[in-house]
Design a protein around this ligand. Sequence first.
Ligand SMILES: Nc1nc2c([nH]c(=O)n2[C@H]2C[C@H](O)[C@@H](COP(=O)(O)OP(=O)(O)OP(=O)(O)O)O2)c(=O)[nH]1
Length: 128
Amino acid sequence: MIKVACAIIEHEGKVLCAQRSSKMHLPNKWEFPGGKVKEETLEECLTREIKEELGVEIIILEQLPSNEHSYPETKKIQLIPFRCSLQTFKIMLLEHSQAEWFPIEKLKSLDWAEADIPIVNYYIKKYK
Ligand SMILES: Nc1nc2c([nH]c(=O)n2[C@H]2C[C@H](O)[C@@H](COP(=O)(O)OP(=O)(O)OP(=O)(O)O)O2)c(=O)[nH]1
């Protein structure tokens, strides 16, 4: 199983969502920024990935329940979400096609990567 850490970054009641580019696996799907965990802690992975993808520093607040999901033709992933806030604010799009702040009530309307759907539903239920 591949562990993937992702960041639910909050600011002024909104959440930062990122759209995968047309060239990535799961093209054009929305996700929480993050990536595969290497030889490092989940927190180190998340800090590194967010810096690589968006050029910002995060503050990790809380780990939320993970979700296991199998996509066709890839190994099962365990998607592990963390609520985060930003320490630096100059967001750069280094990998995604776009990144946007959405109010919690709009999250359901995005075309999410399948593994994210239970996480989005949990988050909406707990934090809206
Ligand atoms: N980052 C992230 N990945 C997700 C989410 N939902 C979801 O299904 N995934 C999948 C997409 C990818 O198959 C996998 C993460 O791999 P990735 O390719 O984005 O991460 P990475 O940068 O470590 O990958 P790599 O290019 O080094 O191989 O998890 C999510 O919310 N965030």
